[in-house]
Write a protein that binds this ligand. Structure first.
Ligand SMILES: CC(=O)CC(=O)SCCNC(=O)CCNC(=O)[C@H](O)C(C)(C)COP(=O)(O)OP(=O)(O)OC[C@H]1O[C@@H](n2cnc3c(N)ncnc32)[C@H](O)[C@@H]1OP(=O)(O)O
Ligand SMILES: NC(=O)C1=CN([C@@H]2O[C@H](COP(=O)(O)OP(=O)(O)OC[C@H]3O[C@@H](n4cnc5c(N)ncnc54)[C@H](OP(=O)(O)O)[C@@H]3O)[C@@H](O)[C@H]2O)C=CC1
Length: 309
């Protein structure tokens, strides 16, 4: 029996007859699965719910599943507060959260969003593909791990790709589609249509370390941390150099707080391995992660965060 609990109705994430047999570009998937309902998984769930999909979020235990449910509900409430035309009950009625992977039995798409760790991702992807329909698409939200590496142990590498969403998902206009050597062109085109149906812009990137986004963004973040370590300027002033001087919406240290220092460390380690020493994580970053200073989610990073997390 499924341990997946509907959020506010008996809604199940789709039946095979309800799933989109013919997948058209710019057409929202009828049902998706999200594996890992943390910061990004919750944001991805929110985006597809608002577009009209049924969404099943699978977490590793009941407590995490409940936390994911609260996260997504809060995000939906924020959207409803901005747009009263949205029907909160109807939207949350299409959401289930739980720990039973059987919830992926009737989805068009599964997006893996577990932490940035190769071993964890391999295990999560293997679990997902054993549970999902053979004709569904499997995607990873990885920030830096090679899609070709992850594809090597996939059952259907031609239906596997990277779908890299950005944080915060509700406010981000971009999704980076990472095409592996084995990914079918039709799968890439279909995914681009789904991204468009979310009101976001897809860019298609050939698999390479850090893709188009993380390779640049992480370099800026790591250099800012090294500058802070060297006493070049305060965190506030380093960030001001980029917000006021370069008109970035946020400085690289505040962005690192928003992303999560642990997440940035995981990405830097992966890029150091694949691209070399220039991505070596600064000692300060390692130290802060070891001390539990993870940024906004822990309440402290380069800044103090008293706001709602
Ligand atoms: C690590 C990786 O692999 C990749 C990454 O993601 S790296 C990180 C990339 N992200 C960045 O660099 C962030 C850059 N910063 C920004 O874009 C902006 O500073 C910011 C969006 C974070 C905040 O900007 P802001 O103007 O204060 O936005 P804010 O008013 O809070 O929200 C913007 C919109 O998103 C909506 N929104 C934001 N968070 C939301 C949430 N959790 N739920 C629902 N809606 C939300 C708001 O309602 C608002 O919508 P409207 O414009 O329709 O009113
Ligand atoms: N943070 C960011 O700005 C961005 C991150 N990413 C990428 O997205 C992915 C997730 O990052 P993020 O959302 O920040 O991380 P979080 O730590 O916020 O979320 C990860 C979630 O996965 C859950 N989880 C862990 N193991 C499993 C498992 N075996 N099965 C199911 N769920 C599991 C965790 O549960 P629990 O809480 O119980 O540990 C947690 O809820 C990473 O690959 C990251 O690189 C991509 C873009 C931006």
């Amino acid at each position: 029996m499924s341990e997946q609990s509907p959020s506010s109705s008996d809604a199940h994430p789709g039946t095979s007859s309800e799933r989109s047999g013919t997948r058209r570009p710019d057409h929202v998937p009828a049902a998706i699965g999200v594996l890992g309902g943390g910061r990004m998984g919750a944001g991805i769930a929110h985006a597809f719910l608002l577009a009209g999909s049924r969404v099943a979020v699978v977490e590793r235990d009941a407590a995490s599943a409940d936390a994911a449910l609260q996260r997504i509900r809060e995000s939906i409430r924020r959207s409803v507060a901005r747009d009263p035309a949205l029907n909160e009950v109807e939207i949350t009625g299409r959401l289930t959260t739980g720990r039973d992977i059987a919830a992926f039995a009737v989805v068009d798409l599964v997006i893996e969003a577990v932490p940035e760790d190769r071993e964890l991702k391999e295990q999560a992807l293997a679990r997902a593909e054993a549970a999902m329909p053979a004709d569904a698409t499997l995607a990873s939200n990885t920030s830096s791990i090679s899609i070709d590496d992850l594809a090597a142990s996939r059952r259907r590498p031609e239906r596997f790709l990277g779908l890299h969403f950005f944080n915060p998902v509700p406010a981000s206009a971009l999704v980076e589609i990472v095409r592996g050597a084995a990914t079918d062109t039709a799968i890439v085109e279909n995914a681009a249509g789904w991204v468009s149906s979310l009101g976001k812009t897809p860019i298609v990137v050939t698999d390479s370390p850090g893709f188009a986004s993380s390779r640049l963004g992480v370099m800026l973040g790591l250099e800012a941390i090294r500058m802070l370590e060297e006493g070049v300027a305060s965190a506030v002033d380093i960030d001001a150099a980029m917000t006021l001087g370069y008109r970035h919406p946020m400085g690289p240290l505040r962005t690192t707080d928003v992303v999560g220092l642990d997440v940035r460390l995981g990405i830097a380690e992966e890029l150091e391995r694949t691209l070399g020493e220039r991505f070596a994580p600064p000692d300060l970053l390692r130290r802060m992660v070891a001390e539990g200073k993870l940024g906004r989610k822990s309440g402290e990073g380069f800044y103090a965060w008293n706001e709602e997390r």
